[in-house]
Design a protein around this ligand. Structure first.
Ligand code: ARG
Length: 221
């Protein structure tokens, strides 16, 4: 077997463009997922029973079904219901955001539960409402604690976006498949694709480590 370096060189612009799309979908999914997760995580801890149960059903249903099936449901099944075609980009962002939201909600729940209950009691005894206590006292502390699992979610999502290649959306993995279909360079292209993913995930790890360091310096003051 010969290793065709020229093929890698020639394919690099296309693959890097695909990587950019991968980053775009991941950032959108984790960004939207963050807000879904925050709301659902708080809903799950609230005393309002219907909200709590809705949050539980959402998180358990999404975490209990494969992302791949969720992508198929949104891209192929949902259009039959709403009588409107959904483009692959929108379907990918919707599926990944809803999915990420479920995982992030559990991260938030754990983070909030990890804060001593006395903090909320102190906040309430100072005259703050439950919501003010959550926003001003609990969440800022919880946020520092959930940075590492949020970083994990970011990395997991970045890799899992490769699943949207199945609906023909041209992110990094799909670009790789298309180039191989033309050039038969499986070895060169899959190796390059893997390395590009690795560079992206290691960069996120570094970014999270940096944020964590900044956070602990802040804590010590
Ligand atoms: N691989 C799992 C699945 O198929 C998880 C996918 C979503 N991952 C994530 N970090 N949100 O459901």
């Amino acid at each position: 077997m010969s290793f065709n370096l020229q093929l890698i060189w020639d394919s690099l612009p296309l693959l890097l463009a695909g990587a950019l799309v991968t980053i775009e979908i991941t950032a959108l999914a984790v960004g939207i997922g963050f807000f879904i997760g925050l709301c659902v995580g708080i809903a799950r801890l609230s005393n309002i029973k219907p909200l709590k149960y809705l949050a539980i059903i959402y998180a358990d249903t999404i975490r209990g079904t494969p992302l791949l099936v969720q992508i198929f449901l949104i891209y192929f099944a949902l259009p039959l219901l709403i009588h409107q075609q959904i483009n692959p980009f929108t379907a990918a962002v919707i599926a990944c955001s809803i999915n990420s939201g479920a995982y992030v909600s559990e991260i938030f729940r754990a983070g909030i539960q990890g804060i001593d209950a006395g903090q909320m009691e102190a906040a309430r005894s100072l005259g703050l409402t439950w919501w003010q206590g959550m926003r001003l006292i609990i969440l800022p502390q919880a946020f520092g604690k959930i940075l590492p699992p949020l970083g994990n979610e970011f990395i997991a999502m970045l890799k899992d976006t490769s699943l949207v290649s199945v609906i023909g959306f041209e992110e990094l993995t799909r670009r790789g498949q298309l180039i191989i279909a033309k050039t038969y360079g499986s070895f060169e292209i899959w190796t390059t694709v893997a390395i590009i993913y690795l560079i992206m995930t290691v960069s996120i790890t570094q970014l999270v480590a940096f944020l964590e360091r900044r956070n602990t310096i802040h804590d010590k003051r």
